[in-house]
Design a protein around this ligand. Structure first.
Ligand code: SER
Length: 322
């Protein structure tokens, strides 16, 4: 697919998703056309710094965001600034400030300067009263975590700006994202990343989530594909906008453990359940129905648990074992 030229700003470019999304967008649109937006203390390093422009773009500073958008004539913003679920539960006010006051700033800039906006929602936008098996696209969303409250609000505010002002807002409800470049910080699904690092380092893994707890997950290449393909989709085919259920796999701790042991039979896992993480995990879906994303913009993941595990272990071994 040949994509039209775009000028893109990634807010949160040094985070778990941002660090890889920025590089993928630069591969597609050219390095000079994708600005890595960062906050003080999280400056881009290495390839992220060398392959394109970078700008201080704190989501809580509306003027700074507007300045960057004007300076680089940005037409699409990937707004990835957020605290993950466990951190947000411990810092609810900051989670709101970054997630919602920040989103408001981005949407206002987008309205004034004519940008499209992608802001991720999450499986965290669902709660205990949501049907847990094959969770439908349109269903009950009454989360009791601050992370969930900000994600539902993100969906509503993004839809509002589209309906009221015509701002081209789009989003997906990401499941747990598994990656081998930048580690996630303080999410409920992080165990499914940490387990691979323990395996490759030859350490026993202490699992904070109970056996039998299913959650949706996705390998980073699929997450990047979801974000970019949705932003490139023909608007005429979109019935939904903020946000689409997307998933690639659903598993519980014993299944990922068994998958790793196929190639590392000596690897050991024990359980030490974290009550906060467990209560959050219990309130989230076991499996999402993502048929609307498949129908409306052709969503199709490439990685299942087996294929992801092979790639994760290969990449981490190459990097961590010298
Ligand atoms: N990975 C996120 C979290 O655990 C879920 O969207 O907070």
């Amino acid at each position: 697919m040949i994509l039209p030229m775009k000028k893109v700003l990634v807010i949160g470019a040094t985070g778990q998703i941002g660090s890889e999304l920025t590089m993928e967008l630069r591969r597609i649109y050219g390095g000079a056309n994708v600005v890595a937006g960062y906050v003080k203390g999280a400056e881009p390093k290495g390839v992220l710094r060398e392959t394109g422009p970078m700008e201080l773009a704190d989501v809580t500073d509306a003027e700074a965001i507007a300045d960057v958008v004007k300076k680089h004539q940005i037409d699409a913003i990937y707004n990835l600034a957020a605290l993950l679920s466990v951190v947000a539960e411990n810092k609810p006010k900051l989670a709101w400030k970054i997630g919602i006051d920040g989103l408001w700033n981005v949407l206002e800039v987008a309205r004034e300067l004519g940008c499209a906006v992608f802001t991720p929602s999450s499986i965290g936008s669902f709660g205990a009263s949501t049907p847990h098996i094959m969770t439908p696209q349109d269903t009950v969303q009454r989360p009791r975590t601050m992370y969930g409250v900000t994600k539902v609000t993100t969906e509503l505010l993004s839809d509002y700006y589209f309906l009221k002002y015509g701002v081209d807002t789009r989003s997906v409800r990401f499941p747990g994202i598994i990656s081998n470049v930048t580690p996630p910080g303080g999410g409920t699904t992080d165990y499914a990343v940490d387990i691979y690092y323990s395996a490759v380092r030859g350490e026993q893994f202490v699992c904070p989530i109970k056996a039998g707890t299913y959650m949706d997950m996705m390998y980073m290449p699929d997450a990047l594909k979801a974000a970019i393909e949705l932003m490139e989709a023909d608007p005429a085919s979109l019935i939904h906008r903020n946000g689409f259920n997307v998933t690639a796999m659903s598993f519980e701790p014993e299944q990922i453990y068994a998958e790793i042991r196929k190639s590392m039979p000596d690897f050991k896992m024990i359980y030490e359940v974290d009550p906060l993480k467990q209560s959050i995990a219990d309130s989230w879906p076991d499996s999402l129905d993502d048929s609307c994303a498949r129908q409306e913009w052709g969503w199709q993941p490439q990685y299942d648990l087996q294929k992801m595990t092979v790639d994760m272990l290969d990449k981490l071994k190459a990097r961590l074992i010298k």
